[in-house]
Design a protein around this ligand. Structure first.
Ligand code: BES
Ligand code: ZN
Ligand code: ZN
Length: 476
C-alpha cells in the first residue's frame, strides 16, 4: 500500500474515512464534513461507532474515536473498518487526518487499515483486499505532511502481517524448514545475514538441549541465526541480542498434553515475533546492531523422543534432568541464550516465548510477563510496550526461587514438579543459562501471543512483540 497527500476533495469520488472525536449525544451542532451534515442523534463520535453517508458520489465513513483514544484502540478501530467494510472500498480512498492527530495517531490508524487486509482463510479461495491491489494508493487529507509516518506505519503492519501468517498457518506448513527458509528469504530482501544450523551442524556445535526436544519428530530441527548490522556503526553503536521460542508444534512430548493441544501451533509465536521484528528493524534501517536466534523444532512423540528422567547435556556444558518433556521451551531457549552470549556477546538480551500456562493463569490475556534483574531495561521495555499497546508486567526473579530448579542428579532440572510459580521457575531456569548477563530480560507471552477477538471465530496470532521489540530497540 502506497500513500500520497492530497489537499482538496474537489471532483473526488470514492470512499472518505473521517475520524471524529466525541462531541455530545445531545449536541445541537451537527458534525460537518465535505458538505455532509450528521446530527448527534445518529452519530456523535462515540468510540467504536461509525456512520456511513452516501453523497456527491462519495461514501463518507464517519468513525467515532471517543473523547481520547490510545494507540491500540485506534489501531483496532481502523483494522475493523478495513476488514469488515471491504465492500465500501474501491480504488479511491481518502483518510482524513484530524488536526489533533500526532505522528503516533497517524501511525496507529494507517497500520490498523493495513492489518485489516489480513485474510484468515489461508486455504480458501477469496478475492484480494482492495488495499492490496496493484496501484492502490491511500490518499491522506491533512494540513501536515505525514508521508514518512505513513510509510513507517505500512512497514510496521507488513511485519506484523508476516508474523500473523507464520503463527496462524498450520504446523504441517510452518515446519522448522519453513521458518529457516522464511528467514533466508527475508534476510536477502531486507538486508540481514542468515545462518541456518541443521541437525548435523547442531550436533557438531553441541546444541544438545535443543536437539533433545526435536528427537521425537521427523521434521529436522533448524537453529536460525540472524545478524543485522546498520550501514554506519561506531564505538557507540548498541548491540542487542534476541532469542525467540520456535516450537512449531508442542504436543507435550511423552508428557503428552492431555487437556488439549489444538492451539499449540502458536508455540513458535515468540520466534515469530523475533522474525517479524528482525524484518521490521532492517526495513526501518534502525541504527542498532541486532543478532537474533530462533531455535526451531517440533516437540513430538515417538520411540526416539526424549524421556522424562533423561539427563541431557546443553551447549553451555551444564547437565539437565528432564522432569517433564512438556517443559521444552526453556530447553531450546537455554541453548539459544548460551549460543548467543558465547559467540556474539550482545550488551542487551531479550528473549520472548510462549513459555508457561502459569503466566496465563497469573496475568490472563492482558499483558505479557516480564522478568529481569535490570531496572533500566525493565522500564524501557514496559514504556515501549505501553506506547504501542503491547503491555508487560514484571514478576520476581528472586534467588529464593532458585531451589525450584535444583536437581539431585544433574546441574539443574527443567521443572520443579510443583503446581506453583511456574512462570517464575521457568524464568529462573533460563537465567541459569545467561552466564550472569547484566542486561537480560525474558518475556513470557503465552497469554497474549495468540488470542480471541472480533476478527475471527477462533484464536489466532496477535503478533505481540513485533512492535514492542522494535520500539524498545529504537528507544535505546
Ligand atoms: N507451550 C507451552 C506453554 C503454553 C501454554 C503456550 C499455553 C501457550 C499457551 C509450554 O511448553 C508448556 O507446555 N508449559 C508447561 C510447563 C510445565 C509442564 C512445567 C505448562 O506451562 O503447563
Ligand atoms: Zn510444552
Ligand atoms: Zn511449548
Amino acid at each position: 500500500m502506497q500513500t500520497k497527500n492530497i489537499n482538496t476533495l474537489e471532483k473526488y469520488s470514492g470512499t472518505i474515512l473521517i475520524p471524529v472525536f466525541e462531541t455530545h449525544s445531545k449536541s445541537l451542532v451537527p458534525i460537518e464534513f465535505h458538505g455532509v451534515s450528521v446530527v448527534s442523534k445518529v452519530f456523535y463520535g462515540k468510540k467504536d461507532t461509525h456512520y456511513l453517508v452516501e453523497k456527491y458520489d462519495c461514501t463518507h465513513v464517519f468513525i467515532g474515536l471517543g473523547k481520547e483514544i490510545d494507540y491500540k484502540s485506534l489501531k483496532t478501530i481502523f483494522r475493523r473498518i478495513a476488514s469488515k467494510h471491504k465492500d465500501v472500498f474501491g480504488k479511491e480512498v481518502v483518510l482524513v487526518l484530524p488536526e489533533q492527530f500526532d505522528k503516533d495517531k497517524v501511525e496507529a490508524s494507517i497500520s490498523g487499515l493495513m492489518l485489516g487486509t489480513y485474510n484468515f482463510g489461508h486455504f480458501k479461495k477469496s478475492d484480494k483486499h482492495p488495499f492490496l491491489l496493484e496501484g492502490f494508493e491511500l490518499n491522506l487529507f491533512s494540513k501536515t505532511d505525514f508521508i514518512e509516518t505513513a510509510a513507517r506505519a505500512v512497514k510496521i503492519a507488513k511485519a506484523q502481517l508476516e508474523t500473523y501468517n507464520l503463527v496462524d498457518l498450520p504446523p504441517n506448513v510452518v515446519t522448522p524448514k519453513y521458518l529457516a527458509e522464511w528467514a533466508t528469504e527475508n534476510g536477502k530482501q531486507f538486508g540481514f545475514k542468515v545462518e541456518i544450523l541443521g541437525a548435523e551442524a547442531c550436533k557438531e556445535k553441541g546444541l544438545e538441549a535443543f536437539l533433545s526436544v526435536g528427537k521425537g519428530s521427523d521434521k529436522e530441527p533448524q537453529f536460525v541465526i540472524m545478524e543485522y548490522v546498520p550501514e554506519k556503526t561506531d564505538a557507540k553503536t548498541k548491540h542487542v541480542g534476541l532469542v525467540g521460542k520456535g516450537i512449531t508444534f508442542d504436543t507435550g512430548g511423552l508428557n503428552i498434553k492431555t487437556a488439549g493441544m489444538v492451539h499449540m501451533k502458536c508455540d513458535m509465536a515468540g520466534g515469530g515475533a523475533v522474525f517479524g521484528a528482525m524484518r521490521l528493524i532492517a526495513d526501518l534501517k534502525l541504527p542498532v546492531k541486532v543478532t537474533a536466534i530462533v531455535p526451531c523444532c517440533e516437540n513430538s512423540v515417538d520411540s526416539k523422543a526424549f524421556l522424562p528422567s533423561d539427563v541431557i547435556g546443553s551447549y553451555s556444558g551444564h547437565s539437565i534432568e528432564i522432569i517433564d518433556t512438556d517443559a521444552e521451551g526453556r530447553l531450546i531457549l537455554a541453548d539459544g541464550l548460551s549460543y548467543l552470549i558465547k559467540n556474539y556477546k550482545p550488551e542487551i538480551i531479550v528473549d520472548i516465548a510462549t513459555l508457561t500456562g502459569s503466566s496465563v493463569a497469573t496475568l490472563g490475556f492482558e499483558c505479557g510477563a516480564l522478568f529481569t534483574n535490570n531496572n533500566e531495561i525493565s522500564q524501557k521495555l514496559q514504556r515501549s510496550g505501553d506506547a504501542v499497546g503491547e503491555r508487560l508486567w514484571q514478576l520476581p526473579l528472586w534467588d529464593s526461587y532458585k531451589s525450584d530448579i535444583e536437581s539431585d542428579i544433574a546441574d539443574v532440572k527443567n521443572y520443579s514438579g510443583k503446581p506453583v510459580a511456574g512462570a517464575i521457575s521457568a524464568a529462573k531456569f533460563l537465567e541459569y543459562f545467561t552466564d550472569e548477563h547484566k542486561a537480560w530480560a525474558h518475556l513470557d507471552v503465552a497469554g497474549v501471543a495468540f488470542g480471541d477477538d472480533e476478527f475471527a471465530k477462533s484464536k489466532h496470532a496477535t503478533a505481540f512483540g513485533v512492535h514492542l521489540l522494535t520500539k524498545f530497540i529504537e528507544n535505546l
